[in-house]
Design a protein around this ligand. Sequence first.
Ligand code: CMP
Length: 141
Amino acid sequence: PQLDVRFDVGELIGRVPLFVGLPEERIAAFATLLHPRLALPGETIVRLGDRGDAMFFIASGAVEVLVPNLAEPVKLGTGDFFGEMALLTRQRRNADVRAMGYCQLLVLDEKDFRRLVQKDANLRTHFQAVAEARRQQPAQP
Ligand code: CMP
């Protein structure tokens, strides 16, 4: 049997809390910007030191974030996002992000990210708050 890799973006969006409860027309607008992508088990989706050109929402599955000065990988799952830091700060990727199994992702390209956060201050504040909390995670001695 072949692996079925077709996704319905509209259905996947419904699994990301950030988008749930938004008015119909906003969901439709997001749906046109988000690109579905299947990550394979063990695949490195984001690489430490790379330039950031997109951010990612996890519609299903889990990833581990390997932050250089953290002893333990940070696990993110369905509904979480990653890759926002490099876009917000215009700095390089600060961690490797690796798929722990098959992961259905929704990809938001940098240019669409910039347009969105320029138009939507609440969204920008939300991304910034999550990025800030991640930065505050204590470094291991
Ligand atoms: P970015 O720097 O673009 O690429 C690596 C991503 O890993 C980063 O954005 C965050 O989305 C994520 N990340 C980095 N540090 C943490 C952390 N401490 N906890 C959770 N996610 C993180």
